[in-house]
Design a protein around this ligand. Structure first.
Ligand SMILES: Nc1nc2c(ncn2[C@@H]2O[C@H](COP(=O)(O)OP(=O)(O)OP(=O)(O)O)[C@@H](O)[C@H]2O)c(=O)[nH]1
Ligand SMILES: [Zn+2]
Length: 214
């Protein structure tokens, strides 16, 4: 499967077979999104026919296509690429930049994700970039931070069958910064642990020490 043909924005450049293997069955409706943005501009009291806004509906629609690219791709498929390294200890990718969209307000939350796992008996590992791709694809959906964190941990557990998986997400929610309660700088940390990290406090705290080390 040619996963590198799935760009960060979810566009497919590969042959049809690859698209079928990865597609979720959802599609993006560009004309409908454009019409909705035009309606929204009218609803907020703007004139969508003034020169500065003429291209805005099409532009915003394309932007949504990119921001929600993870709706059209099956994230698990990213983890189909594995290889046998016989490695039996922690693999941890820290500080994976993350941009997602709060499903309550459709504004951004952004920060970093840390993804770690201890390979299963066979020592089967995946490419490091694949962990970042899974983060990216689940982030590019309407989300809440808790679900995003769990979905990443569950995908790693399902696909790699590791002895344990741990995911920590640290993010700032613009819905709490630019509006509403207006607390810029407030940071939310969520974690999801699976397998050994649930049962062994020592393994969990060792991983958390490494993850949160500055
Ligand atoms: N648990 C959780 N809450 C979130 C997340 N993103 C946004 N929220 C919260 O979702 C809640 C939605 O609350 P509502 O009362 O329905 O909406 P609202 O009137 O716009 O709320 P305010 O943001 O407090 O103005 C808010 O408290 C947000 O802070 C998230 O990822 N996880
Ligand atoms: Zn929000």
């Amino acid at each position: 499967m040619a996963l590198d043909q799935v760009d960060g924005d979810g566009r497919f450049d590969g042959p049809t077979d690859d698209v079928q293997a990865l597609a979720t069955g959802r599609t993006f409706d560009q004309p409908r999104a454009e019409a909705a943005v035009r309606e929204l501009l009218i609803a907020v009291g703007e004139d969508p026919d003034r020169p500065g806004l003429l291209d805005t509906p099409a532009r915003v629609a394309r932007s949504y296509r990119e921001i929600f690219a993870g709706l059209y791709v099956e994230p698990d498929a990213v983890l189909n690429t594995t290889f046998d390294e016989g490695h039996q200890e922690l693999v941890l990718v820290r500080n994976i930049p993350l941009y997602s969209t709060c499903e309550h307000h459709l504004v951004a939350f952004h920060g970093v994700a840390h993804v770690g796992y201890i390979p299963g008996k066979t020592g089967q590992v995946t490419g490091l970039s694949k962990l970042a791709r899974v983060v990216d694809l689940y982030a590019k959906r309407p989300q809440v931070q808790e679900r995003l964190t769990s979905q990443i941990a569950d995908a790693v557990t399902r696909k790699l069958q590791p002895r344990g998986a741990i995911v920590v997400v640290e993010a700032e929610h613009l819905c709490m910064a630019m509006r509403g309660i207006r607390k810029p700088g407030a940071s939310t940390t969520t974690s999801a642990v699976r397998g050994l990290f649930q049962t062994s406090a020592a393994s969990r705290s060792e991983a958390l020490d490494l993850i949160l080390r500055k």
